[in-house]
Ligand binder design. Structure first.
Ligand code: TC6
Length: 698
């Protein structure tokens, strides 16, 4: 027997207890242990087998770390068939999460009991694959085709009460999994319950699978796994036998295993879990957090205050006047009422948050007792310096002082205080109570426990926190400004904003860059361009004024009704604003540019190469600690398609030599813009990838 599965014979019941922390993943030792345990139970005269997990969960799935490695017997599909075919009565007792291969094992046992807090699901599509151990064949047989399609294509976790209604589990009971499981097995044996193999149940009903396939493919914006899973469920309904259905599932599973999407999604899974693991913060205790202050109650400040309130912190909102403070409160209430409508907050909780937990103030004195203060005022260095000078004067010793600036130098801000060790950047993304990304910007003098407090705050708010160093734009906005510039260059040379948006949306971005600019407000980019011009542009940099002219005409995007698009018919209609192309054409004529055609492929290649090249500079300079930090930033803050893993995973999958060759070729037309990143050149010269750097760093 393997140590990963404990075996015990209690009277006529054999107990197989999984012991593979932290999540009882079904790695080789666990599979072998289960197979051996079944054989031993049958040989030792047991009448029934109980399977459960020790520790925090039943099996949370196949061991994802084994994917891509040579398979080792017994395979999970065979193991599931072997468990189901046993002459003994086999029962699962589920607690924690029965996910993926875990639920497939449970569906191969003859009865399932769960504790009330248990959840079940088939989340494989989020890893770019489909349930490959009979899940697409067994789940529709117990829950019906429609429920199975929903669970398998969304991958959602289903609570025990819903699972009971759907027939995925047979009973819910309070208690320890071993105890409730044993009582259930005893009851089943006493009443002479028969074995109940799901594979022997009638095939589920057929539905219009082609229509479901099309709808799922469209919703996934190019992600293959959910749509492919529809075809596997179709086989459950239409294949001539259960075995034929399993074979079809296997073939589709293997198809998906071989895709870049599978690699991208699994990279994203592990990057999510690695991103806040920083050796320099290991064992560093964060400072205590209970009360925070937010300065500035505009969209961003109100969003941050909302996130803080929802995470159980008390918030003092500081504004310039009582009227502005009331307006900020209105924004916070507006944000919270969204949570109220979605049932995430009760009316009583809503009232407690907006009255007891939130205090309005106009005097800095109100921040005297705050554990942490986040400044979200106007993006101007002088204004920020005034704010931090005042904070330095009033805040208690040890209070963390944070700026939400998206571009400005945190070192310069920290230098106006007498306590630069307590200062850091906490860069939220708007709307801050919705967007998952938080850049924790560590300045030269930021103390380790202050950095740890930034991560602790992010965790408490449910954010994905990425460590960033100080530079113009930190990780995300610095890279954004370069790939946006690349898009602007393509426009000057002949592409239209609409072609660029279309090409990038086909690539998988939620929205193209020009639709995003309209949503964020064109005045933001305008202010950045003005600042950069005032600081002095390099004479070799290409510049253009058509976007400024759009702003001068009062078109700031969605909020003014017009930007690159005209919003009279709604955002979804995507009607180009007819004023845009004449402005672009006039600019080309003025610069003496003869426009040329761009294919969608060229648009994507240039845009992505610009992104990857700048990202490599960001990693090379230590602004991002590892390539995966860039990937996570773009995935959570910039709508990068998760199934491509992030820009640097995408680059690895494309092949770095070809990307570098493209950049060098384009440097012949614009040597200033296309300067190859030293790190990219180094990796190509050494025949290595960005992921090699991730592995070395973790
Ligand atoms: C499948 O089953 C396919 C079957 C077909 C076969 C033919 N494997 O998330 P946490 C690690 S596909 C390996 O922080 P939580 C994780 O990396 C699989 N490792 O905990 C982390 O390690 P670290 C279908 C795994 O309490 C540690 O466990 N199943 C796996 O916030 C703790 O994880 C899924 O997709 C795994 N399967 O959430 C479920 N799962 O400490 C994926 C976790 O070294 N897992 N680890 O960083 C989850 O969704 C969550 O982990 C959770 C627990 C809800 C189980």
């Amino acid at each position: 027997m393997s140590e990963a599965i404990g075996y015990e014979l209690l009277g006529d019941i054999a107990i197989l207890a999984a012991n593979n922390p932290p999540v009882n993943a079904l790695g080789h030792a666990v599979r072998q242990g289960l197979a051996d345990g079944m054989t031993r139970a049958e040989a030792e005269g047991a009448r029934a087998v109980l399977i459960y997990g020790t520790g925090r969960t039943y099996f949370a799935g196949a061991d994802i770390r084994e994917f891509g490695k040579p398979p080792r017997d017994p395979w999970l599909p065979e193991l599931c068939n072997r468990i189901e075919a046993s002459p003994l009565l086999v029962v699962s007792a589920i607690h924690g999460t029965a996910l993926g291969g875990g639920l497939e094992v449970a569906l191969s046992t003859h009865y399932r009991i769960a504790v009330p807090s248990a959840k079940v699901g088939l989340p494989e599509v989020h890893l770019g694959i489909l349930p490959g151990a009979g899940g697409t064949q067994r789940l529709p047989r117990v829950a019906g085709t429609e429920a199975a399609l929903d669970m398998i294509t969304t991958g959602r976790h289903v609570r025990a009460d819903e699972a009971l209604k759907l027939g995925v589990i047979d009973r819910i009971a309070e208690g320890e999994p071993r105890e409730i499981g044993l009582a259930y097995v005893r009851e089943l044996l006493d009443e002479g319950a028969p074995r109940r193999p799901v594979s022997e149940m009638p095939a589920p009903a057929s539905v219009d699978f082609d229509a479901v396939y099309d709808a799922v493919l469209k919703k996934g914006r190019g992600q293959l796994s959910p749509a492919t899973a529809v075809r596997a469920v179709q086989a459950a309904a239409e294949a001539p036998s259960f075995a034929e259905g399993l074979k079809r599932e296997r073939d589709l599973f293997m198809e998906l295993m071989a895709t870049d999407q599978r690699e991208g999604l699994i990279h994203a899974f592990f990057a999510d879990r690695a991103v806040d693991k920083l050796p320099e913060l290991e064992g560093v205790a964060p400072r205590p957090l209970a009360a925070i202050g937010v300065i500035g109650g505009g969209t961003m400040g109100a969003g941050i205050a909302t996130a803080a309130l929802l995470s159980g912190l008390t918030v003092t909102m500081l504004e310039m006047s009582p009227q502005a403070a009331e307006a900020a409160k209105g924004r916070i209430e507006g944000n919270l009422s969204g949570a109220l409508k979605r049932g995430k907050l009760s009316q009583a909780q809503f009232e407690a948050l907006t009255t007891k937990a939130l205090t309005l103030a106009t005097d800095y004195d109100a921040l005297r007792e705050a554990d942490l203060v986040i400044e979200a005022v106007f993006e101007d260095m002088e204004v920020k310096k005034q704010v931090f000078t005042k904070l330095d004067a009033v805040c208690k010793p040890g209070a963390v002082l944070a700026s939400n600036t998206s571009y400005l130098d945190i070192n310069e801000i920290a230098a106006v205080t007498s306590r630069p060790q307590d200062v850091l950047g906490l860069h939220f993304f708007s709307p801050a109570h919705v967007m998952k990304l938080l850049e924790v910007v560590i300045a030269d003098k930021t103390a380790p426990d202050v950095a740890a407090t930034g991560f602790a705050l992010g965790k408490r708010m449910g954010k994905v926190s990425v460590r960033a160093g100080v530079c113009d734009g930190f990780i995300g906005n610095r890279i954004l400004s370069v790939y946006r510039t690349c898009a602007d260059h393509m426009i000057l040379d002949g592409a239209s904003p609409y072609q660029i948006d279309e090409a990038l949306e086909e690539f998988g971005f939620a929205m193209g860059p020009f639709a995003v600019a309209d949503l964020a407000g064109l005045d933001i980019g305008w202010a950045v361009r003005k600042r950069k011009r005032a600081e002095g542009l390099d004479p070799r940099a290409r510049d253009s004024a058509y976007a400024d002219k759009l702003c001068e005409a009062g078109h700031f995007g969605q909020k003014t009704g017009k930007g690159y698009y005209d919003y009279a018919a709604g955002a979804k209609a995507r009607v180009p604003n007819p004023e845009v192309m004449p402005l672009i054409e006039a600019e080309r004529a003025q610069q003496g540019i003869t426009p040329r055609d761009f294919s969608k492929d060229e648009i994507v290649r240039r845009y992505m190469a610009a992104m990857v090249n700048e990202a490599a500079k960001v990693v090379g300079e230590g602004i991002a600690r590892r390539p995966l930090d860039v990937d996570v930033t773009l995935l959570y803050g910039y709508g990068f398609p998760r199934y491509r893993g992030g820009p640097l995973k995408w680059a690895d999958l494309q092949g770095l030599p070809q990307l570098l060759a493209d950049i060098k070729r384009w440097a012949a037309e614009d040597a200033y813009f296309w300067q190859p990143a030293p790190l990219l050149e180094k990796l190509v010269a050494e025949g290595r990838t960005f992921d090699d750097l991730n592995k070395e760093a973790v």
